[in-house]
Design a protein around this ligand. Structure first.
Ligand code: AMP
Length: 282
């Protein structure tokens, strides 16, 4: 497995691979890899000849009061895990490689999809994501790029960007990987203390309960949101950021629950903000 820090070098390497007729799969990550990330890598391994995993904690997608400095990093451990998965290359650029002095070009998807959920709570976050992802696409030249359903809104925004800017690649979405007890895997789970880790199970429990109630005929959005809220507020440390139910394909508001709906949660436990979601088909 090769490790690249230079844009020029990996771009040339990708170009050579493409000239030899090989397909390239890209898995963009911020590192501190867990099994959720690795399921993306495995899917890329299945679908593409060459697998590139980017590891870059992207400063421009963090707000000023967010956890950029604390974000967990362990490139050595990541490297071992990716070797075991038979990835072909890691791209781990320094910040100044991606954003040299005077950098001033951004890519932003506008409209309803980025205006909701995390987009309305984390100003500039998705602009940072779409900018770095566009750069990674131009640098690594993937045929397919793999994104997790864990970040459902991010996947929708990246898909829209790829379509509207005509990037010549396909976005592949991979299901959420959970711990045995149901907690969605996240690099941020390491911030949780014992009690918070236990309380955080309520997210998956509340999503499942909501699914049950929808499947048994509940169509009222407010009723289901209230059920979820009741469960979460019973946890002493939980502070709800949002509980929302939208159309899964475009985040449109719903009069009634029908079709494919996305139930999306963001809840803080102490200073750790966790997100989770579930798509329910009615
Ligand atoms: P991150 O390193 O958090 O930026 O995540 C990199 C990619 O891994 C994103 O496409 C995430 O949606 C995906 N991902 C993160 N956690 C999970 C998970 N538990 N299951 C599936 N995909 C995940």
């Amino acid at each position: 497995m090769q490790v690249f820090n230079s844009i020029k070098e990996i771009q040339q390497w990708s170009l050579q691979n493409k000239k030899q007729g090989k397909t390239i799969g890209l898995v963009p990550t911020m590192g501190y890899l867990h099994n959720g990330h690795l399921s993306l890598v495995r899917e890329a391994r299945k679908q593409c000849d060459i697998v590139i995993v980017s590891i870059f904690v992207n400063p421009i997608q963090f707000g000023v009061n967010e956890d950029f400095d604390e974000y967990p990093r362990d490139i050595q451990r990541d490297q071992l895990r990716l070797e075991a998965e038979k990835a072909d290359a890691i791209f781990a650029p320094a910040i100044k490689e991606m954003y040299p002095g005077g950098y001033n070009t951004y890519v932003e998807v506008l409209g309803e999809i980025p205006g909701k959920l995390c987009g309305s709570r984390r100003p500039g976050h998705f602009r940072g994501v779409t900018t770095v992802v566009s750069k990674l696409f131009n640098i690594c030249l993937p045929d397919k790029a793999f994104f997790g359903q864990k970040d459902a809104q991010q996947a929708l925004i990246v898909e829209k960007m790829v379509k509207e800017l005509n990037f010549p690649l396909e976005i592949v979405r991979v299901p959420i990987v959970r711990e045995e007890d149901g907690l969605a895997m996240s690099s941020r789970n390491v911030y949780l203390d014992h009690e918070q880790r236990h309380e955080a199970l309520i997210l998956w429990q509340a999503l499942q309960k909501a699914q049950e109630s929808i499947r048994s005929g509940e169509t009222n959005v407010e009723t289901v949101r209230r059920q979820i809220k009741q469960m979460i507020v019973a946890c002493p440390q939980a502070q709800i950021d949002y509980i929302e139910i939208y159309n899964a394909s475009d985040l449109a508001d719903l009069q009634k629950i029908r079709g494919q709906v996305l139930i999306a949660l963001a809840v803080k436990f102490g200073s750790t903000r966790l997100i989770d979601n579930l798509i329910v088909e009615v």
